[in-house]
Design a protein around this ligand. Structure first.
Ligand SMILES: [Cu+2]
Length: 129
């Protein structure tokens, strides 16, 4: 094989190696997982926060920014309710085991809430600007 034939033969091979190397790295770049977000990550407006209801209790206090979608997730094996003490800000009704209740916190203030079924279950939601 003379030199010219060698070059003609090797050139496409070299190009293909570069092509795959480049496409592989750009694939990896595009595949990077998006940063931020996630459950409980960040309380800025427009985001969401998940409150886990478990062991017959709510978290004592949860603070969120106005506009946050607050989700109560019932991890207990029986139903609860998420009912604001003032009787009209929010009320989930019976929230079955494994179910989620969402409330968009558009009103600034401090909201105490309870479970209608287990009246000892109490929590507070604080909504700030
Ligand atoms: Cu309950």
């Amino acid at each position: 094989m003379n030199l010219r034939k060698k070059i003609v033969f090797l050139l496409p091979v070299v190009c293909m190696v570069f092509y795959f190397a480049c496409s592989k790295s750009s694939y990896n770049n595009n595949n990077r997982s998006p940063g931020g977000g996630g459950i409980g990550g960040g309380n800025s407006g427009g985001s969401s926060v998940t409150i886990t209801v478990q062991n017959m209790s709510f978290p004592v206090n949860t603070s969120v920014k106005k506009g946050t979608v607050v989700k109560w997730y019932n991890q207990d094996g029986y139903a609860h309710t998420v009912t604001s003490d003032d009787g009209n800000s929010f009320d989930s009704g019976n929230l079955a085991s494994g179910a989620t209740f969402s409330y968009t916190a558009n009103t600034v203030g401090t909201f105490q809430y309870h479970c209608n079924i287990h009246t000892g279950m109490k929590g507070t939601l604080t909504v700030t600007n």
